[in-house]
Design a protein around this ligand. Structure first.
Ligand code: NAD
Length: 521
């Protein structure tokens, strides 16, 4: 009960209400600058992954409510599109300050709804905040192109102009960072936005909406609706939503990409992953081992850039024993416990899926030198915990290799040479991230040249680019043309207008008519 009282205090602050039942709050929506109750009678329960206690319920927004959100966004857009770039910059600078000020509140919400550790949750907020930092530089990003005297007395200028209303569909694993990957950029570019957070972690988006409003955002620029398939379909189908951003699993990404594209929308989908690293025998052993362990098991392996497969070249395979020993030392506990290295996975269903995939590996003949399936965390016996797990002798045909596990499980494979390891990785359909551990520059360079994944780390296990670059996953891990954030993100959220103008003295007296194609000489 004590826990619910604490939650209630936080809920009140972020616009949650307790009207659903005597003790469980229902998450509000954020429409037209107001936190509003949904009239829906359908909800998704949100549980604390460390205890499985009910925290709150996410409503499935009704069609009328979602229409209200679009109407509000369209109205906001009609004014905002004409706002000065400096006005948008000022809004982002104010927002930046408020997020920084409230980053602990945001992180605490993430710990509770997602289960990640406090330190990891603060990282989630910080990586999102870095997008606001980027948006504070929006005047530079929106610079167009121009050419004086492209023909006699003629100039051409191109502007990056907004699209209208955009939509963003988010996953559970980065409740703050992923919404921040999209809506601030969209708005800084002059659009208005509808965000649909994961129904499993709605709180962070509500706090972000509250802070955006406090930063002075006009009503309707950012709207938050909730739900699952119906809300997704609504965003994909609505003719006034011009662009759709999605981050989540492959299945949903394929569905959303096809459905939105079929309606002529621009779409960017960041999907699932299977990130490999290569461990060369010349690598710095201790550093590589600690990097691999952190990247494989951090956030309980629930990062799209988690290292899920290590390919050992030659004698580096003997380091697997050290990796197992280092993994055994990790402290698995509830996210708010300060000594926790990682917390529970998001749901009992997710835990069952992970355990089943581990079992499938064993049945397919793989080794299991570290088995975290039976872990018990004292005081949190009902939580969705999976201990660090290492599977060896993995082969490409095994189900545990072919499917994304999205849990604290490291698969170990072996290769006879660098080129064999590269080929193995390139044969995998995913292309989110990859890394190599080596002290040899020529090896690193060959890897960089030949590897097909979109984000490459050289002695960097999770090479997620900062927003002066873009998040550049490829192959099955990304559908679309323009990646998230950076210059690609700006391109995604803008269209180009090109103006060709002729200001020639004496035009008023020149009445000649040309019917040929203008060659502008
Ligand atoms: P998910 O696909 O289950 O959910 C993501 C969003 O899609 C949610 O808002 C959900 O309501 C909606 N959704 C879910 N199933 C749907 C369906 N069948 N049809 C339409 N909409 C649907 O993903 P998740 O479990 O929340 O997140 C984990 C996944 O996201 C992992 O696969 C991970 O690799 C991926 N991810 C990728 C990146 C990246 O940048 N590539 C980043 C974060 C997460």
């Amino acid at each position: 009960m004590a826990q619910l009282i604490n939650i209630a205090a936080r809920c009140e602050k972020i616009g949650l209400t307790r009207s659903y039942s005597s003790s469980v709050p229902i998450v509000k929506m954020f429409i037209d600058g107001q936190f509003v109750d949904s009239k829906s009678t359908e909800y998704t329960e949100v549980h604390d992954p460390a205890t499985n206690k009910l925290i709150c319920c996410t409503p499935k927004s009704t069609l009328t409510e979602m229409e209200d959100a679009v109407t509000s966004a369209k109205k906001a857009f009609s004014t905002w599109r004409h706002s000065s770039v400096l006005t948008r910059q000022t809004l982002m600078l104010r927002y930046q300050g408020l997020i920084r000020e409230h980053s602990k509140d945001l992180a605490a919400n993430l710990v509770q709804e997602n289960g990640k550790t406090m330190a990891d949750a603060e990282g989630d907020v910080l990586r999102g905040l870095q997008i606001i930092d980027m948006c504070a530089g929006i005047p530079n990003f929106l610079l167009g192109e121009s050419m004086n005297n492209i023909a006699t007395d003629m100039d051409t200028i191109s502007y990056k102009v907004p699209l209208g209303v955009t939509g963003s569909i988010c996953p559970f694993n980065f409740p703050a960072m992923v919404p921040l990957w999209t809506f601030p950029i969209s708005i800084a570019c002059g659009n208005a936005t509808i965000v649909k957070p994961s129904e499993r972690v709605p709180g962070a988006s509500m706090i972000l909406a509250d802070l955006f409003s406090k930063a002075g955002a006009p009503p309707g620029l950012l709207n938050v609706i909730h739900g699952q398939r119906e809300a997704v379909n609504f965003i994909c189908d609505h003719p006034d939503i011009k662009a759709v951003s999605f981050v989540g699993s492959d299945q949903a990404g394929k569905y959303i990409y096809e459905r939105s594209s079929a309606r002529g929308k621009r779409v960017q989908c960041n999907n699932g992953a299977k990130n490999h690293c290569i461990v060369m025998p010349d690598a710095n052993k201790n550093k590589s081992i600690s990097q691999i362990v952190g990247a494989a098991f951090g956030a309980a392996g629930q990062r799209c850039m988690a290292l899920s497969v290590a390919v050992f070249v030659g004698n580096s395979k003997h380091w697997i024993t050290d990796i197992v020993e280092a993994a055994k030392r990790l402290n698995v506990n509830a996210g708010h416990v300060p000594s926790a290295d990682f917390g529970p996975v998001i749901s009992p269903q997710s835990k069952s899926r992970i355990l089943e995939l581990v079992e499938s590996g064993v049945n397919d003949g793989a080794g299991l030198p570290l088995d975290g399936r039976a872990i018990k965390v004292p005081g949190y016996e009902n939580g969705n915990f999976v201990g660090p797990t290492v599977i060896t002798r993995v082969q490409p045909h095994m189900r545990c290799y072919k499917e994304e596990i999205f849990g604290p499980v490291l698969l170990c494979m072996e290769a006879g040479s660098l080129d064999e390891a590269i080929q193995l990785i390139n044969n995998n359909p995913y292309g989110n991230g990859t890394a190599i551990f080596t002290t040899n520059g020529a090896t690193a360079r060959r890897f960089t040249e030949l590897i097909e994944a979109g984000q490459i780390g050289i002695n960097v296990p999770i090479p997620v680019p900062l927003p002066m670059f873009s998040f550049t996953g490829n192959k099955k891990s990304f559908f679309g043309d323009n990646n998230f954030y950076g210059k690609s993100g700006i391109n995604f959220h803008t269209q180009t207008k090109t103006i060709t103008q002729l200001w020639r003295a004496g035009d008023a007296t020149d009445i000649s008519t040309a019917t040929t194609m203008p060659t502008m000489q």
